[in-house]
Design a protein around this ligand. Structure first.
Ligand SMILES: [Zn+2]
Length: 334
């Protein structure tokens, strides 16, 4: 990692990144019985602590982070803490994403109230920490097309506080093309588009995200390595990939860190980046991904620098913001 470049996380789920202490406090406040009463006894239930047998057991870790969201104030708190934690980690810029429907569901909250609370929490975190942050709204495809319409409408109530629309969840059972009208509305609202694709499913899922939803960035996208025509398309279209190394190993999207395709994606000249996905669940932070995971995936210091530079290029920010991030990092390193 080169500190003369900005340190940026472009793929981080705020609803997959809740402090253990906060889960305990919110659980108590909202009468949610938890599987542990201390951070250490709770940890194995919300964090990956060993090799996970399969994807469902990984996804089960997400349960407690939203189970304790008993009111909009709880949503506001976790949003604020995410911004503060990004600052504490030494990040220069972060894009936080969230699924209002997924957060609202356990306690039957109004998804629009969740969106307003998250926006307010991010604003509080921004003003207390000075962190540069943007929000990405997620449609959770696993809940179905209609639920995604409700979710989209909730996100549109804060249209100007959100920079992009994402599609997450089970990409095999719910292909991107089912959500074409949702993303047309999102683009018409002025949002950029990034889509989870090519993680659990193959290259055709990435093609569909680009052709049907207008994605200009892909969440994960690691299966692009299987399709030379797609590699050419991503390169010439400057479509960036938000790669999450540790997450990919933990969810069995790749067999081992050593076999991770990140090195090949970079060698192909793609705008691949290094991100965290769900830091608390994975038990990592961005520094770990740069210092431990990237070398374990075989990346050289030069390739790691390239990934860092790619993040500046594909971030959902203006060219003026890009220049000021670069200038601030250069100044820091003297
Ligand atoms: Zn993700």
């Amino acid at each position: 990692m080169d500190r003369s470049f900005p340190l940026i996380d472009l793929h981080r789920h705020l609803d997959g990144n809740v402090r253990l202490g906060t889960i305990l406090e919110l659980g108590e406040r909202h009468g949610v019985p938890l599987p542990g009463s201390t951070t250490e006894s709770l940890r194995p239930h919300v964090q990956v602590t060993g090799v996970m047998p399969d994807l469902p057991s990984w996804l089960a870790k997400l349960h407690w982070m939203t189970a304790v969201l008993g009111d909009p104030d709880a949503c506001r708190r976790i949003a604020r803490e995410n911004v503060e934690d990004a600052k504490g980690e030494g990040l220069d810029y972060v894009e936080l994403r969230f699924s209002p429907y997924f957060m609202a569901k356990p306690h039957g909250l109004d998804p629009a109230a969740v969106v307003a609370a998250v926006v307010a929490g991010v604003e509080e975190g921004r003003s207390s920490s000075g962190m540069k942050v943007n929000l990405i709204g997620i449609l959770s495809r696993t809940h179905g097309v209609e639920a995604c319409t409700t979710e989209l409408e909730a996100l549109l109530t804060c249209r100007e506080r959100i920079v992009a629309l994402d599609l997450a969840g089970d990409e095999k059972a719910w292909p991107a093309e089912l959500f074409t009208p949702h993303f047309k509305r999102g683009r018409d609202a002025g949002w950029a588009v990034t889509v989870h694709a090519g993680e659990a499913d193959g290259a055709p899922s990435i093609w569909s995200a680009i052709r049907n939803l207008g994605a200009t960035r892909i969440g994960h996208g690691i299966r692009a390595v299987d399709d030379p025509a797609l590699i050419d398309h991503l390169r010439s279209g400057r479509i960036g990939l938000e790669v999450n190394l540790t997450s990919n190993v933990q969810t069995h999207s790749v067999r081992s860190m050593r076999e991770h395709p990140m090195k090949r994606l970079l060698a192909e000249g793609l705008l691949a980046t290094i991100n965290t996905d769900d830091p608390v669940i994975s038990g990592i932070d961005l520094n770990h991904e740069y210092r431990v995971a990237a070398p374990a995936a075989g990346l050289t210091p030069e390739e790691i620098r390239t990934a860092q530079r790619n993040a500046v290029e594909i971030a959902f920010i203006t060219s003026g913001e890009r220049q000021s991030l670069l200038a601030a990092a250069r100044q820091r390193s003297g």
